[in-house]
Design a protein around this ligand. Structure first.
Ligand code: SAH
Ligand code: SF4
Length: 381
């Protein structure tokens, strides 16, 4: 019998598992705290669990992290970890330290089926969904690895949390891996787990409309929506999923989400592509479009990679674009590029590990038929 990986469970799932072993709920809480708050991976470390229980657990369960392939530390303190998820696939997590907090960028899939034009994960094609344990293990590993190195230590000998912000902005489309995502989010939020605030766990999506509604009902956390274009013609060329869920439907879903969201705004992400989506006219069109949704705009300087054939917008064009939005009263930030020297930018992950030539070729052929227009205001065809 293969051992059950306890990282697969949120607290409710672990309670049900303990129940099957004839153990009470408070045992599940103890176990959960050992795993997530103390980083234990060995049942023998769990000194307040009876020896008999530890032996029982060791017979049927394990706490199995992802095998680490590499660790790269950038000159600005950003750390990129590459994990082996089997079958020649790898996923990445990126830790971004800031003065007052630490953010972890987490992956949800090996590859991605959405195939956005400007995304290196999208260019790899889709390999497979990660399981809950594989999503949770990224935070488990990062938090405790950083603590082992002395991060989070306080003067009085206690240990503080190192990561207080999680963004599902690594590889993959989290809302196309919904069943595995939700228990991982619950573990992040649970006071016996990582105790993160709902406002500080962000799901980023390219716009899987029905799943935005489900997330609102099941586990509302902060929502970021990758918009990238103010009209359907241009967005379809950049984010193929737009053909299934066009912008108007996506914005309606955003409004419904805000009924329950822990924040009173949606973050729209907009990757700035030279000569593609970065003109002042498009900024004006964006202003008109997003007016009806309480939102903030996050402009992301494109991280170029050779196969994309795209370039990063020049700095002045990004600031001019931001100014149009700001002048219209929309809170707009320009994302700082971090970890440039280690290719750590979220959304640009793990491509070099894979040889998915066939998938990439198929995708290239499909893309070749989609014209990318340096458009003025567009009308949906
Ligand atoms: N699939 C989800 C989350 C992962 S991508 C989504 O698309 O939202 C996280 C963010 O990185 C998205 O906003 C995505 O558009 C952006 N991104 C992808 N490739 C990028 C690149 N090469 N440069 C800059 N941002 C990129
Ligand atoms: Fe997938 Fe997001 Fe990349 Fe698009 S940007 S291909 S949805 S990971």
């Amino acid at each position: 019998m293969t051992a059950v990986n306890l990282l697969d469970f949120d607290l409710e799932g672990l309670t049900a598992f303990c129940d099957r072993l004839g153990e009470k709920r408070f045992r599940a809480v103890q176990l959960f705290r050992w795993m997530h708050q103390k980083g234990a991976s060995d049942f023998d470390q769990m000194s307040d669990l009876a020896k008999s229980l530890r032996a029982k657990l060791a017979g049927v369960a394990e706490i199995r992290a992802l095998p680490l392939l590499s660790e790269h530390v950038s000159s600005d303190g950003t750390i990129k970890w590459l994990f082996d998820v089997g079958g020649g696939n790898a996923v990445e997590s990126v830790y971004i330290p800031e003065d007052d907090r630490g953010t972890l960028c987490v992956s949800s899939q090996a590859g991605c089926a959405v195939g956005c034009r400007f995304c290196s994960t999208g260019h790899q094609g889709f390999s497979r969904n990660l399981g809950t344990a594989e999503i949770t293990a990224q935070l488990w590993f990062a938090e405790h690895r950083l603590r082992q190195r002395g991060a989070g230590a306080t003067d009085n000998g206690a240990t503080q949390r190192v990561i207080d912000n999680v963004v599902m902005m690594g590889m993959g489309e989290p809302l196309q891996n919904y069943a595995a995502l939700v228990p991982a989010l619950r573990t992040m939020l649970d006071d016996h787990g990582y105790g993160l605030s709902r406002r500080r766990v962000t799901v980023s999506t390219s716009g899987v409309v029905p799943m935005i509604d489900r997330l609102r009902d099941d586990c509302p956390v902060a929502l970021a929506v990758s918009l990238h274009a103010p009209n359907d013609t241009l967005r379809e060329a950049l984010v193929p999923l737009n053909r299934k869920y066009p912008i108007a439907e996506l914005l309606d879903a955003c409004l419904r989400y805000l009924d329950r969201a822990p924040r009173d705004f949606i973050t729209f992400e907009y990757c700035m592509l030279d000569g593609v989506n970065d003109t002042p006219e498009l900024a004006q069109e964006l202003v008109q479009l997003v007016r009806r949704v309480p939102c903030k705009l996050n402009l992301i300087p494109f991280n170029p990679f050779p196969a994309s054939g795209l370039k990063r917008s020049p700095r002045e064009r990004v600031t001019a674009f931001a100014r149009v939005l700001q002048d219209a009263g929309i809170v707009t930030t320009i994302r700082k590029t971090r970890g440039d020297d280690i290719d750590a930018a979220c959304g640009q992950l793990a491509g070099e590990v894979q040889d998915r030539t066939n998938a990439s070729q198929r995708l290239e052929q499909r893309r070749a038929s989609i014209p990318i227009v340096a458009a003025g205001p567009g009308v949906r065809a």
